[in-house]
Write a protein that binds this ligand. Structure first.
Ligand SMILES: Nc1ncnc2c1ncn2[C@@H]1O[C@H](COP(=O)(O)OP(=O)(O)OP(=O)(O)O)[C@@H](O)[C@H]1O
Length: 280
């Protein structure tokens, strides 16, 4: 893994001083979460132990309602665990949030309709007090990075769903967080657009060296994108399997036809199936 990351870093022109690969960016131990409801506590997550290393692309996959979003929200300090510990870049999720250490991409693009695309991307920078010229430059840079150069002056409703989601990725990248948390960002898109965005996301990840945690329902999407796949059980969400995806990093969509790809997909499917019987 470290060799792969070293190569990727060199290919992306990262400086020699880039931090060593393999450092834990997220470290979760013995974590459970109960929601309080009128009908009593609802256990959403149980006994989660997970380490996400720097530069990894980790997908969380599991059936609907198993707690994938909840786990992502715990990392982002949007939910609090009932028991267990979690560190994000060595600090608490709250500190990481206040230090803007991560960018978050929601299921729906969540762009402000009255703002242009460029001004949506600039919003976190405005909140952070970044000077206007710098805001503009960064919006331009990140819109180009997601293939939306020339669309900055449009409004969200003038863009397709896939373009809107790319704009929200540009917004999450605008303040250059090292960690990207993505909650099923392409779930609402048709398969062709989703394929394109998966390929673009993979190339963006390779160029930027970000650490990504990505929630998905889709086995092919998880296998195509990930260095590691975390298979979760039905609620309460437990980790059933952690699969290291040993496929070359410069993947194209054709890789989905290869025996190696299908073998990983099979293991994910078996994990999900085992989770169902576990639930019975
Ligand atoms: N604020 C809340 N109060 C009570 N229960 C909640 C709350 N948020 C989530 N839940 C419940 O916790 C469980 C996990 O929800 P979560 O949204 O994390 O699942 P998920 O795996 O992301 O689902 P999906 O794939 O459908 O988005 C679900 O049963 C959900 O109903």
């Amino acid at each position: 893994m470290s060799v792969m990351h070293a190569e990727r870093g060199a290919a992306a022109g990262m400086p020699a001083s880039a931090p060593a690969a393999g450092r834990p960016v997220i470290a979760i131990a013995g974590l459970s979460l109960d929601f309080t409801t009128r009908d009593g506590p609802v256990r959403a997550l149980a006994d989660i132990d997970l380490v996400v290393e720097e530069g990894a692309f980790v997908s969380l996959i599991g059936p609907s309602g198993c707690g994938k979003t909840t786990l992502l929200r715990v990392i982002a300090d949007l939910e609090q665990p009932s028991v267990g510990t979690i560190r994000v870049n060595g600090v608490s999720p709250r500190e990481a949030r206040l230090e803007r250490q991560y960018g978050y991409v929601f299921q729906a693009p969540a762009l402000y309709p009255w703002r242009t695309i460029e001004r949506n991307v600039m919003l976190p920078l405005e909140v952070m007090g970044v000077p206007k010229a710098e805001r503009r430059a960064r919006a331009e840079r990140y819109l180009a990075m997601v293939g939306l150069e020339g669309f900055g002056k449009r409004h969200p409703w003038q863009l397709s769903g896939g373009m809107q989601q790319r704009a929200s990725i540009a917004r999450a990248l605008s303040f250059d967080p090292k960690l990207l948390l993505m909650d099923e960002p392409f779930g609402a898109l048709d398969e062709i657009v989703r394929d394109q965005l998966n390929a673009q996301l993979l190339s963006l990840w390779a160029r930027t060296g970000k650490t990504v945690v990505f929630v998905t329902h889709s086995i092919p999407e998880a296998v195509f994108l990930s260095t590691r796949i975390v298979v979760m059980s039905p609620r309460p969400g437990r980790i059933l399997d952690v699969i290291d995806v040993d496929l070359p990093r410069d993947r194209t969509l054709d890789i989905r036809e290869t025996p190696e790809f299908l073998a990983v997909a099979h293991r994910v499917r078996e994990g999900l199936r085992a989770g169902r019987s576990y639930d019975d």
